[in-house]
Design a protein around this ligand. Structure first.
Ligand SMILES: Nc1ncnc2c1ncn2[C@@H]1O[C@H](COP(=O)(O)OP(=O)(O)OP(=O)(O)O)[C@@H](O)[C@H]1O
Ligand SMILES: [Mg+2]
Length: 501
């Protein structure tokens, strides 16, 4: 039987979920959905591993909601996610899936007023989506009781079972009846972590969507070898040349993220940073602005690496090389989602090259080398984009209003000079604004310690104190229209799942 050709109906969805799924624009199940939904509906424990952006949320969300008895008042399912933003996003997706069934879902995360959460809990949600620290807090206060829970999900399971979270997860699970169903999902599942996971499960089925590589084929991956000090100028040149619709720049530390977002702003980009030391209100408003396109560049620590699904992210820049292959996979997976294409650029200093090799070994995918662009290349490619834009405006012939001034200018100056001045005006030349970033020590390869990504992270760092822990060389032949953030193209409701290039 070819599971890939199954329809949602054939997977056994009830009519209210069929309605929701079609309203969400899902035409057919993605491979991970086709393979895990039937198992999960049979109450099996499942470890689901599939590439980033391939629909794992609905793969657990659909069976989870099918199993909710809306007449029953107790909490029936709990999804645990490593960051607040992800908890919110997953709860929104579950809300959509359960909309016609009228199941109630509540996100619970740190940084939000606990009394408000307690009031919401009194409205008897069927499903809670939470971060570990705040969930435990409620369990200890007895404002959340898990004795009626029949389904537990760990989204980003390897991260949740990592050093920083394992104790919290163990405590949460000890409050859930042992006959529960446990579902674990992630794009990465290092063996040592999978072995820990199996301790919490009963005869789990491992569903691993067959893929040659750990990353999706529709992300083109490059590395740029450069010195630490040159990184920032190279980043701005790449932004000018590649003109992303939305871009995420990952930095290693919170300080790095602050400095980078300030520096980008100084140089005229609309950029904001997100990391764990910011208030929850600030984190949420930054993310909202980024989703709406009011910010073009989101600068982030790994707090934004896992699970976030933001349409329109066309480029990911690893300003600092990620510490381990898993982090790399999740970071670049913020682009190239649901069959769309994306580009990932990783900056490496010569001393960090072994990290790139280690990443390539783990992902089974080579990155192409990209030569850092020069200033001249950056200007030239911008000029070409400006010319394309001018051509399209000329063709639209909507210029009557400007023609008189144009004539006046042409009486005064030579035509070539006028056009050159206009081009110069529209081109962003290298800025004279001084920018100083504090040097980061080079990353060290953790290949010998594969199973424990980010094991140096403080326990609970992500959500307690809130945080994030610690080709074409020139892509200038793109139609200008690509940059246009027209709602229509991004919000097209028909979403066909495909992973091909
Ligand atoms: N069957 C489908 N058809 C079309 N689009 C889908 C389908 N299932 C999910 N999607 C959409 O694909 C996008 C990615 O899904 P999702 O966030 O669940 O990916 P993921 O596998 O969890 O990725 P990550 O590993 O980064 O967490 C979302 O916008 C989601 O709504
Ligand atoms: Mg996910």
């Amino acid at each position: 039987m070819n599971t890939l050709t199954l329809t949602f109906q054939e997977l056994g969805l009830s009519s209210s979920l069929m309605q929701s799924v079609s309203k969400m624009g899902f035409e057919e199940p993605s491979p991970i959905q086709a393979q895990t939904i039937p198992l999960a509906l049979q109450n099996k424990d499942v470890i689901g591993q599939a590439q980033t952006g391939t629909g794992k949320t609905a793969a657990f969300g659909i069976p989870l909601i099918e199993k909710i008895d809306v007449k029953n008042e107790g909490i029936q399912a709990v999804v645990v996610a490593p960051t607040r933003e992800l908890a919110i996003q997953v709860s929104e997706e579950l809300y959509k899936i359960g909309y016609h069934k009228r199941s109630r879902v509540l996100p619970i995360y740190g940084g939000q007023d606990i009394n408000r959460q307690i009031r919401s809990l009194k409205k008897n949600p069927h499903i809670i989506v939470g971060t570990p620290g705040r969930l435990l807090d409620h369990i200890n206060r007895k404002t959340i009781r898990l004795n009626t829970v029949h389904t537990m999900v760990l989204d980003e399971a390897d991260e949740m079972l990592n050093m920083g979270f394992i104790e919290d997860i163990e405590s949460i699970l000890s409050n859930v009846p042992p006959e529960r169903q446990t579902l674990l999902f992630s794009a990465t599942m290092p063996d040592p972590i999978r072995r820990i996971a199996e301790k919490f499960m009963q005869n789990p089925e491992l569903v691993k969507v067959k893929a040659k590589e750990m990353t999706v084929p529709n992300i083109t991956q490059y590395y740029l070898e450069t010195q630490e000090r040159k990184k920032f100028d190279i980043l701005t040149r790449l932004l000018d040349i590649q003109s992303p619709e939305l871009a995420i720049v990952f930095g290693r530390t919170k300080r790095r993220v602050d400095e980078l977002s300030e520096a980008l702003t100084l140089r005229g980009y609309t950029a904001e940073g997100i990391h764990g030391d910011l208030t929850q209100a600030k984190r949420m408003s930054t993310l909202r602005k980024f989703k709406e396109g009011a910010i073009e560049v989101l600068v982030a620590t790994d707090v934004a690496a896992r699970g976030l699904d933001i349409s329109g992210v066309t480029h990911v820049y690893n300003f600092d090389v990620p510490q381990d292959p898993e982090s790399y996979v999740h970071r670049i997976g913020r682009t190239g989602r649901a069959g769309k294409t994306g580009m990932a650029m990783t900056f490496v200093t010569p001393r960090e090259m072994d990290i790139v090799k280690n990443i390539e070994r783990t992902t089974k995918r080579k990155m192409d080398r990209m030569k850092p662009p020069t200033v001249d290349e950056a200007i030239e490619s911008q000029q070409q984009m400006t010319v394309e834009k001018i051509r399209s405006i000329v063709e639209s012939d909507n210029l009557a209003f400007y023609k008189r001034t144009a004539e006046e200018l042409l009486e005064e100056f030579d035509a070539q000079v006028v056009v050159a001045a206009a081009l110069k005006f529209m081109t962003k030349e290298p800025s004279a604004v001084e920018v100083k970033l504090t040097d980061e020590a080079p990353a060290f390869s953790k290949s010998k310690n594969k199973g424990r990504s980010s094991s140096n992270r403080r326990r609970g760092d992500y959500n307690r104190s809130g945080s994030g822990g610690s080709g074409a060389k020139k892509n200038n032949n793109r139609a200008y229209g690509d940059r246009d953030r027209s709602k229509g193209s991004r919000d097209n409701n028909k979403r066909r799942y495909s992973n091909s290039k």
